[in-house]
Design a protein. Structure first.
Lengths: 378, 338
C-alpha cells in the first residue's frame, strides 16, 4: 500500500498545476453564448498545450495518459475551478467510441476536430419514453437509397444548438429483441430535419435541449460499430462517462467543502454543535469519496475492471453534493431562499446529480445484481 | 499510487480468514457467546503465531510489522466475531509503544507481544473508565484521559465487571487514582486503537452484509427470492456502500500511521466515526432483511449487531470522533461552547 505519487507523477502534477495557474481562463461569463465561446477558447488552449483528449492514444492526437495521470488531471482541473472545455462530450464519450469501434476513415475524419473544438458533439441517447430503460428507445432509422432516414425525438441533449455532430442511437430493426435492434450513428446536426428546442430546468437556465428529428439523413459511412451493435457501442460511452468521474468529482467536492466551511465561519455558526457534526460528517464523506475513487483506480490498474468500491462513487457523489448544498442553504437561513444567493443555483442544480448519468436507483440495481449477485430485479 | 495490500499482506489476510473461519464455526461461536467465555486454545494458537505482537517492534519481542498488518487481523477478527482478548492487548501494546518510557516498555511490551501478559486500555474521565474490555484479569491497565496516560497495575485498580449487550467481549468498569504516568504523547496511541477498532467494525459489517445477501437470495416470499425486490436489494446495495467506505477509511488511516503521521489523527477519527455508524446501520439493516428470524435469539445475527453497537460506542462514539474531526480539520475551529 502506497498512496504517494511517484516522482514522475508528482512532476506531472506540478507542471500541470503551474500551467493551470498561468492559463486559467477565469470564470464563465454570465451570458450563455459568451460562456460557450469562452469555453471554446479554453478548449483550444488546452489542445495547444496537449491537455485535450488526455486519455486518448497518441496516434489520435491524445497524450496516452496513464490512469493515475488522468485522475490527477481531473483533480487539478477541479482544484483550480477550471471550466469544462466546450467539447467535453466529444472528448469523454464520442471520441473514445470512434477510437474503440470506428473504422479508419471515421477516425481520420472525426477525431482531430473533437480535440481542437472545431466540431462540437452532443449526445442523442435518452428519449421522453426511454430514460433509465434506454434500450426501449423508439427513434427509427430506415435505410433508403444507401442512406439512413431517421425520425424520432431525443431529450437531455446538452450543447445541441451548438453541436455539429450527434451521437445518436436509433432502432434499425423493429423486429429484433430490444437491445439487438439498435445502431449507433454519427448524425450531422446541420440539417432542417433536426429541430432543437431548449429545455428550461428548475434552475431557470436551459442547459439541455430536446431534439425533434423528422426524416433526417445520415450517410451509411456514419454507422459506428456495425448495424445492430448500437447497444454495446453505446455502453462503451457510458462506461467512459463513469470511469473518469471519481477523482475529479472528489476534488470538486473538496473545493465545495472549503467554500462551505468559509460560509460557516462568515455566518458565525461554527460553534453550533449541530453544524459542527454535519460539517465533520461531510468532511469524512468527501475524504471517503477520494479514497474510494483511488481504491477503484487501483482495482482497475490491477484487474482491468473497476472493483466494488468504484461502482458506488457516482451514487455517493450525487448524494454528497446534495447534502453539502442543503447544509449551505440551511446555514444561510432566510437568505437561502433568494435567487441571488451564491448557493441557490448549486443547491437546485444538485437535484439532478442523482438522476443524470444513471439514476441512483439504477446504480443501486447495478450494485445489487452485478456486485452482490442478487437475483435479477423486477 | 497503490491502494491495495502487498502480496505478503494479502497472504496474512487469507491465512487469518481461513484460520478464524475454521476455529469459529457458527456452533462454536454460539457456545462461547452463550457462556460468555473466550477460546483459550485458539488464543494460545494465535499467540504462538505472533498475532498479539504483530505491530510491536522486533527488539521488543514483536513481529515488527505495522498498523496496516494489525488492521488486516482486526478486520478478520471482526468478520469471524472472534471472542478473544485481542483488541485489549493490542490497545495496551499500542499505548506503551507510542507513549511508554523505556522502562515501561521493557517491563511490559514483550509479555503483551507474546500474549503472556493480559493488558488493556480504558478511556478515563475523573479517574473512572466506564467501558474497558478485558479489564478483569488484566495485569496492567492503561488509562488515557485528557492529560495523557498512566499505567495502573491490577492491585491498584477497582475493577467491576459489567453485563453488556456484547456477548463476545468482556467489559468492566475501572476506577483508579495514581499509577505510573506514560511520559509520551498518547494521542497516536489512541489513533492506533480506534483505527484497529474501525477495521474490526468493517469486518463485522462485511459479514452482516454477506448474511443479508445470502438470505435475500434464498428466502422466497410471494413466489420469488426477496432479493429480487428492489426495496430489499437497495438495502443490500446501501450496505455495500457503507462497508466499502468503512474499509477505505480504516485502510487509509492505517497507512497514514506509518507513512504520513501528520494525517493520522484526522484519518483515525474519520475511520472510527464512519465505521461505527456503518457497522450499526449495516447490522441493523441486515436484521431487517432477515425479518422475524433475524429478531430471534436462535439466529446468530444479533451477536454481530450487538458487538457492532458496543464497538461503535467504545473508545469514543461516532459523534465524539466527528467532533474531533471538526477540531482537527480546521473547518470549524471555534470551541463548541464559546
Amino acid at each position: 500500500m502506497d498512496l504517494t505519487l511517484s516522482p514522475s507523477e508528482e512532476a506531472f502534477r506540478d507542471e500541470l498545476r503551474a500551467w493551470l495557474a498561468d492559463n486559467h481562463p477565469g470564470e464563465d461569463p454570465p451570458d450563455d453564448d459568451a460562456a460557450f465561446e469562452h469555453r471554446r477558447v479554453w478548449q483550444k488552449r488546452l489542445h495547444e498545450a496537449g491537455y485535450a483528449g488526455f486519455s486518448w492514444p497518441k496516434e489520435f492526437g491524445g497524450r496516452g495518459a496513464t490512469l493515475v495521470e488522468q485522475a490527477l488531471f481531473g483533480e487539478e482541473m477541479a482544484r483550480a475551478k477550471a471550466p469544462q472545455p466546450v467539447n467535453v462530450l466529444g472528448m469523454v464519450m464520442g471520441g473514445p467510441v470512434v477510437i474503440a469501434h470506428g473504422d479508419d476513415t471515421q477516425k481520420e475524419r472525426f477525431l482531430r476536430p473533437i480535440l481542437s473544438g472545431d466540431e462540437i458533439w452532443c449526445q442523442g441517447f435518452s428519449e421522453p419514453e426511454s430514460g433509465s430503460d434506454l434500450a426501449s428507445l423508439k427513434t427509427r432509422a430506415v435505410k433508403s437509397n444507401g442512406e439512413w432516414v431517421v425520425t424520432g425525438q431525443k431529450v437531455w441533449t446538452s450543447y445541441a444548438h451548438k453541436a455539429k455532430w450527434c451521437m445518436l442511437v436509433a432502432r434499425t430493426d423493429p423486429d429484433a429483441q430490444k437491445h439487438a435492434g439498435l445502431t449507433y450513428f454519427i448524425m450531422d446536426m446541420d440539417q432542417e430535419a433536426v429541430q432543437v428546442r431548449p429545455l428550461r430546468q428548475i434552475t431557470g437556465e436551459a442547459e439541455f435541449n430536446e431534439l425533434f428529428i423528422e426524416e433526417a439523413r445520415i450517410p451509411d459511412e456514419n454507422v459506428v460499430g456495425g448495424v445492430g451493435n448500437g447497444w454495446s457501442v453505446a455502453i462503451t460511452t457510458l462506461m467512459h462517462e463513469r470511469a473518469g468521474l471519481g477523482a475529479s468529482a472528489a476534488a470538486g467536492m473538496r473545493v465545495a467543502l472549503a467554500e462551505l466551511s468559509e460560509l460557516a465561519h462568515e455566518r458565525g455558526v461554527t460553534g453550533d454543535p449541530v453544524v459542527r457534526q454535519k460539517l465533520a460528517q461531510l468532511t469524512i464523506e468527501v475524504e471517503l469519496l477520494r479514497l474510494n475513487a483511488w481504491r477503484g483506480l487501483t482495482a482497475i490498474m490491477k484487474t482491468g475492471v473497476p472493483g466494488p468500491e468504484g461502482s458506488v462513487v457516482k451514487w455517493q457523489w450525487g448524494e454528497l453534493n446534495q447534502s453539502l448544498t442543503e447544509l449551505a442553504v440551511d446555514i444561510l437561513g432566510e437568505d437561502g431562499a433568494l435567487w441571488d444567493s451564491p448557493w441557490t443555483y448549486r443547491f437546485l442544480r444538485a437535484r439532478a446529480n442523482s438522476i443524470e448519468g444513471g439514476t441512483t436507483e439504477i446504480l443501486k440495481n447495478i450494485v445489487a445484481e452485478r456486485v452482490l449477485g442478487l437475483p435479477k430485479l423486477r | 499510487m497503490n491502494f491495495d495490500f502487498s502480496d505478503d499482506q494479502q497472504a496474512i489476510k487469507r491465512t487469518a480468514k481461513d484460520l478464524l473461519g475454521a476455529r469459529f464455526t457458527p456452533d462454536r461461536l454460539r457456545e462461547l457467546a452463550e457462556s460468555g467465555t473466550y477460546d483459550d486454545v485458539v488464543w494460545k494458537e494465535l499467540c504462538e503465531l505472533g498475532w498479539p505482537g504483530i505491530f510491536v517492534a522486533d527488539e521488543r519481542g514483536g513481529q515488527g510489522l505495522g498498523i496496516v498488518e494489525l488492521v488486516i487481523l482486526m478486520e478478520e477478527l471482526g468478520y469471524a466475531l472472534a471472542p478473544l482478548p485481542f483488541l485489549s492487548g493490542a490497545a495496551a501494546g499500542l499505548a506503551l509503544q507510542a507513549a511508554g518510557s523505556d522502562e515501561q516498555q521493557d517491563r511490559w511490551l514483550a509479555g503483551i507481544a507474546s500474549g503472556e501478559v493480559r493488558a488493556t486500555v480504558g478511556l478515563a474521565s475523573n479517574g473512572e473508565a466506564r467501558l474497558v474490555p478485558d479489564a478483569e484479569g488484566a495485569e496492567v491497565i492503561v488509562l488515557l484521559d485528557r492529560e495523557g496516560g498512566r499505567l495502573v497495575e491490577a492491585a491498584e485498580a477497582q475493577v467491576d465487571p459489567l453485563a453488556t449487550i456484547d456477548a463476545t467481549r468482556r467489559f468492566a468498569r475501572v476506577r483508579a487514582d495514581g499509577g505510573d504516568p506514560l511520559p509520551g504523547d498518547t494521542s497516536a496511541a489512541l489513533d492506533g486503537i480506534v483505527t484497529a477498532l474501525a477495521a474490526e467494525l468493517t469486518g463485522i459489517s462485511q459479514r452482516a452484509m454477506e448474511m443479508a445477501v445470502e438470505y435475500a437470495r434464498d428466502r422466497k416470499q410471494f413466489g420469488r427470492a426477496i432479493g429480487s425486490y428492489q426495496a430489499v436489494a437497495h438495502r443490500c446495495a446501501q450496505m455495500l456502500l457503507e462497508t466499502e467506505g468503512a474499509r477505505s477509511a480504516s485502510y487509509y488511516a492505517a497507512w497514514t500511521a506509518d507513512a504520513e503521521p501528520e494525517s493520522f489523527p484526522a484519518a483515525a477519527s474519520m475511520a472510527k466515526a464512519y465505521a461505527s455508524d456503518a457497522a450499526w446501520r449495516v447490522t441493523a439493516s441486515s436484521l431487517q432483511v432477515h425479518g422475524g428470524i433475524g429478531f430471534t435469539w436462535e439466529h446468530d445475527l444479533h451477536f454481530f449487531l450487538k458487538r457492532a453497537k458496543a464497538g461503535g460506542l467504545l473508545y469514543g462514539s461516532a459523534g465524539q470522533h466527528r467532533e474531533r474531526v471538526a477540531e482537527l480539520t480546521g473547518f470549524a475551529t471555534e470551541p463548541a461552547h464559546a
